[in-house]
Design a protein around this ligand. Structure first.
Ligand code: NDP
Length: 286
C-alpha cells in the first residue's frame, strides 16, 4: 500500500538536535530581524555554536530580549539592538553599538525581510518601495558597514581564517517567479546579484559572502499557509519532501556557512527548500 504522506507529516516537526560543536567560539555575529521566525533561530544557532550575538529588531523589544536570554543560557553573550535596516543612520549606530559591546564583528546575517503583497495592478509605489528598502537596501547598507569593518579589522587567526563572513537570507523566490508578490520576488532576485557581485569583489580580502534561500518555513510570516489542514495540504503540492521546513534547519546551515568548515565557499545560494526548486509539477512525469 502507498504511503499517505500528508497524514504522516502533519503537524509533527522533525526532531532537531542542538549543535554541540562550538564552531564559532569567540566570534561575534549580528543577525538582522532576529526577534522572530528564521532570524530568531539563526541567532540562537549561532549563539549555541559559541558566537556572541547582536539581535537586531524593529518593533518587538520583548521578543528580542527573550532571544538574548536563550543565547545567554547556553553560555554565549548577546544583546538586542533596535534599528530599521533601511535607515543608514540607524544601521551605522547598530554597528557602532556592536563594536562598543563586543570589540569586533565576524559574521553579518542579513535576515530582516518583509512582504507587502498585492496583485500587480493594485501594487502601490509605497508597497514596492518599502519592500525594496527593507529587503534590498537594508542588506546593502549592512554589507557596506560590515565590509568596511572587516577590512579595518583584518584576519584574527585565533578566531577564523577569514576576515569576515556575510550571509544573506534570500528566498526560493530569487529564482521562482511569484505572481501577486512582484515586489518581494524582485527584491530577492536583486539580493542574489548583490550577494554574488559583492562576493566576487571582496573574496581577495578573505571576506566570504553567501546566501541561504529558504523554501516554505514555519514562521509567523506565512501562518496562513500551514495552520489549517487544507492550506497545509495545498502547500505540500509544492514541496517534494512533503513537509514544511523548520527555522532551526536554516540555523544549522548558517553555522556551517559562517564557519571555517566552508572556507572555500564563495557566492553561492544554498537552497533549503525540501526540493521546492525542483519543478514539483513534474513529479509525476509531466
Ligand atoms: P518574520 O516576520 O517572522 O520576522 C521578520 C523579522 O524582521 C522580525 O524580527 C522583524 O522585527 C524584522 N524586521 C522587519 N522589518 C525590519 C526592519 N525594517 N529593520 C529591522 N528588522 C526588521 O519573518 P521570517 O522569519 O518568516 O523571514 C525572515 C527572512 O526569511 C526574510 O528575509 C524572508 O524574506 C525570508 N524567508 C522566509 C521564508 C518563510 O517561509 N518564512 C521563506 C523564504 C525566505 P520586529 O518583529 O521586531 O518588528
Amino acid at each position: 500500500m502507498g504511503v499517505q504522506t500528508t497524514s504522516l507529516q502533519w503537524p509533527e516537526p522533525p526532531v532537531l538536535a542542538c549543535p554541540v560543536l562550538k564552531l564559532l567560539h569567540g566570534q561575534t555575529a549580528l543577525v538582522t530581524g532576529a526577534s522572530s521566525g528564521i532570524g530568531r533561530a539563526l541567532a540562537i544557532a549561532l549563539g549555541h555554536a559559541g558566537a556572541n550575538v547582536v539581535i537586531n529588531y524593529l518593533g518587538s523589544p520583548e521578543k528580542a530580549e527573550e532571544v538574548a536570554k536563550e543565547i545567554q543560557r547556553c553560555g554565549s553573550r548577546a544583546i538586542s539592538v533596535a534599528a530599521d535596516v533601511s535607515k543608514p543612520d540607524q544601521v551605522q549606530l547598530m554597528f557602532q553599538q556592536t563594536v562598543a559591546e563586543f570589540g569586533r564583528l565576524d559574521i553579518l546575517v542579513n535576515n530582516a525581510g518583509i512582504q507587502l503583497d498585492a496583485a500587480f495592478e493594485d501594487l502601490t509605489l509605497e508597497q514596492w518601495q518599502r519592500v525594496m528598502d527593507v529587503n534590498l537596501t537594508g542588506p546593502f547598507l549592512c554589507c557596506q558597514e560590515a565590509v568596511r569593518l572587516f577590512k579595518k579589522q583584518g584576519i584574527d587567526a585565533s578566531l577564523s581564517c577569514a576576515a569576515g563572513k556575510i550571509l544573506c537570507i534570500s528566498s526560493v523566490h530569487e529564482v521562482i517567479p511569484w505572481a501577486g508578490h512582484v515586489n518581494y520576488a524582485a527584491s530577492k532576485g536583486g539580493l542574489m546579484l548583490l550577494m554574488k557581485s559583492l562576493a566576487q569583489e571582496v573574496a581577495p580580502q578573505r571576506i566570504r559572502v553567501n546566501s541561504i534561500a529558504p523554501g516554505a518555513i514555519r514562521t509567523p510570516t506565512n501562518t496562513a499557509a500551514w495552520n489549517t489542514r487544507e492550506a497545509y495540504d495545498d502547500l505540500l503540492k509544492l514541496i517534494p519532501q512533503k513537509r514544511i521546513g523548520e527555522p532551526e534547519e536554516i540555523g544549522r546551515a548558517a553555522v556551517w556557512l559562517a564557519s571555517d568548515q566552508s572556507d572555500y565557499v564563495h557566492g553561492i545560494t544554498l537552497f533549503i527548500d525540501g526540493g521546492m526548486t525542483l519543478y514539483p509539477g513534474f513529479e509525476t512525469g509531466g
